[in-house]
Design a protein around this ligand. Structure first.
Ligand SMILES: *[C@@H]1O[C@H](CO)[C@@H](O)[C@H](O)[C@H]1NC(C)=O
Ligand SMILES: *[C@@H]1O[C@H](CO)[C@@H](O)[C@H](O)[C@H]1NC(C)=O
Ligand SMILES: *[C@@H]1O[C@H](CO)[C@@H](O)[C@H](O)[C@H]1NC(C)=O
Ligand SMILES: *[C@@H]1O[C@H](CO)[C@@H](O)[C@H](O)[C@H]1NC(C)=O
Ligand SMILES: *[C@@H]1O[C@H](CO)[C@@H](O)[C@H](O)[C@H]1NC(C)=O
Ligand SMILES: *[C@@H]1O[C@H](CO)[C@@H](O)[C@H](O)[C@H]1NC(C)=O
Ligand SMILES: *[C@@H]1O[C@H](CO)[C@@H](O)[C@H](O)[C@H]1NC(C)=O
Length: 493
């Protein structure tokens, strides 16, 4: 008898409890999250938030404009993919504000991040009426024309950071820049290029080039610049005029019906990768450079990449360590009185080759000695690589990066190494963001579970009431995504 009563009552109690908890969570998650920001909007970062603080959502709830905590103490204004906490766009990637109550985001016609005590970090410099986040993840500032119509004054799609999302046009006047600032993607007249900037104030070195095939349409001179777009059908399309692509760079999912949101990111290692959202995680869908030794600097400065067996150092007396550079790299070249001649030693190594030599300029030299001489006497030269068979002499005008080990001992490298300077730790940008993201997922998890429970409760209620359709919703997947992240973060401790 007792058991019977209990089992009849328990579901109701559970539901009530779940409902109350989820109302609370739904309230907390939506409290600060509007769908449109009007003039007069103001927000400051909440000191209790350790990951990200949503400010504006799109209509699906998949995307959010948020304060993103970076390196524990800094703040970036970001558009995030909420289920994965993956930042798709940053307002101020090079000048982060601090996560303190001095920092303010406001909308007065311009969207502005400022610290009234010091300065304006970032501003859209517009005179708009509202801010909205489209379901494509495009953040827009619009001017109202009348009740129904509005014009777009500014949009985040025009200022990409390191990511392109599905249907976002990327033009010749834009660039993607990797999070660590080392690599960029730009368009040429008929190609997509990836460039490395190993030395400030020097020209970038191209390390990957994808030329348009022009199979279905040709690039016509004088018809305007090309642009590219990640197409929902699973390819990176290059276009000039009209809708017929001049080039199709297929992703793995090309011509396979997948229903996942696509994004393309210029990674901190210089690779260009495509992903799709499978409901609980991002699946790798495209990789411009799949052989790690073909990346611009997989083993860091003065490193040597051995195909299939990892990294070592160009100097065989130095042991490779993942956290310390093989040899010191300072900014500047060997010009100027202080660093002339005596201040560097020379390292030679045979059986080495440049990873992207096809894209490099070269001189012809009749001997190894002549090739070395071209570099030795030139203070802006960091090194030379000579191919005895072709007589090509490649001169490096940037600090030596990773070379590729080859069996052919007649390919010889000559490298200048700074004397005296101590070894430096490798740049490790990105780790902080990873921490932030992992932490973010945990916070999102709590909110989403609440929201999911609430949705399920509402649905069950509705289904019971109407005996109507029950469509499988996304929130189950979101829940499982978060579980994975929890496992990940607890196992990393
Ligand atoms: C909005 O605020 C910024 C920063 O204080 C200021 O420079 C700008 O003139 C303001 N814009 C308008 C339309 O008031
Ligand atoms: C996104 O918005 C567009 C235009 O407002 C609409 O046609 C489309 O159905 C929306 N997509 C989703 C997934 O909500
Ligand atoms: C991208 O460019 C195409 C062709 O110019 C245009 O039709 C489309 O609206 C653009 N998309 C966005 C998001 O601006
Ligand atoms: C966005 O939300 C819709 C429904 O709300 C879901 O079907 C879709 O998978 C989500 N997309 C992404 C990219 O999370
Ligand atoms: C290191 O390289 C030098 C010059 O190529 C060679 O003479 C020497 O035997 C090598 N040492 C080791 C430990 O491999
Ligand atoms: C020195 O090397 C740089 C880079 O390789 C090159 O641009 C420059 O012309 C060279 N200068 C001389 C005098 O050879
Ligand atoms: C370089 O090439 C020359 C002529 O082709 C040849 O005589 C010489 O042995 C080669 N040197 C090496 C180290 O392979």
């Amino acid at each position: 008898m007792d058991g019977l009563i209990n089992s009849a009552i328990r579901p109701c109690e559970t539901q009530l409890l779940l409902f109350t908890t989820s109302i609370l969570f739904a309230y907390i998650t939506t409290l600060s999250t509007a769908q449109v920001l009007q003039r007069g909007f103001k927000a400051t970062p909440n000191p209790k938030v350790s990951t990200f603080q949503p400010l504006l959502n799109d209509s699906t709830g998949n995307f959010s404009l948020a304060f993103l905590r970076v390196n524990k103490t800094q703040l970036a204004l970001a558009v995030l993919h909420v289920p994965s906490s993956e930042p798709l766009w940053l307002a101020n990637p090079t000048e982060l504000a601090s996560w303190s109550d001095h920092t303010q985001l406001f909308f007065n016609g311009s969207l502005v991040i400022s610290d009234p005590h010091s300065r304006v970090f970032w501003s859209t410099r517009t005179n708009g009426d509202l801010v909205t986040l489209l379901n494509s993840s495009n953040l827009q500032i619009q001017k109202k024309l009348d009740q129904a119509a509005s014009s777009v004054l500014w949009q985040s799609f025009d200022f990409p950071t390191d990511t392109l999302v599905e249907n976002q046009n990327f033009t010749a006047s834009q660039s993607l820049i990797s999070q660590n600032g080392l690599y960029s993607m730009r368009l040429g007249s008929n190609f997509i290029g990836l460039y490395a900037n190993f030395q400030e104030k020097y020209d970038d070195q191209i390390y990957w080039k994808h030329r348009a095939l022009e199979a279905k349409a040709e690039i016509v001179e004088g018809q305007g610049p090309i642009y590219v777009r990640v197409n929902s059908d699973g390819y990176l399309g290059m276009y000039q005029k009209g809708s017929i692509p001049v080039d199709v760079e297929p992703f793995n999912s090309f011509q396979r019906p997948i229903d996942g949101f696509l994004r393309l990111r210029l990674e901190p290692d210089g690779d260009l990768k495509g992903y799709y959202w499978e409901g609980s995680s991002w699946i790798l869908n495209y990789q411009a450079i799949s052989d790690p030794c073909e990346l611009p600097s997989p083993c860091g400065p003065y490193g040597l990449c051995m195909p299939g067996s990892g990294c070592s150092c160009l100097d065989n007396r130095t042991e490779f360590r993942s956290d310390v550079e093989c040899a010191p790299v300072e900014t500047g070249d060997f010009c100027g009185e202080k660093v002339m001649k005596d201040n560097f030693k020379v390292l030679t190594r045979s059986g080495v080759e440049l990873p992207y030599k096809e894209l490099m300029q070269y001189e012809t030299a009749s001997s190894l000695e002549q090739c070395q001489g071209l570099c030795d006497n030139n203070c802006s030269c960091w090194g030379a690589v000579y191919n005895n068979a072709s007589r090509f002499c490649y001169l490096l005008d940037y600090p030596i990066q990773t070379l590729v080990a080859v069996g052919d001992e007649s390919k010889v490298g000559y490298f200048k190494v700074r004397e005296g300077a101590g070894k430096r730790r490798k740049r490790n940008v990105g780790v902080a963001v990873v921490y932030a993201v992992v932490g973010g997922v945990i916070a999102v998890f709590i909110g989403l579970i609440g929201f999911w429970t609430y949705r399920t409760w509402i649905r069950r209620k509705r289904t019971r009431e109407e005996e109507g359709e029950f469509s499988p919703g996304p929130y189950k997947n979101l829940g499982s995504a978060s579980f994975k992240s929890i496992e990940m973060s607890s196992s990393s401790r």
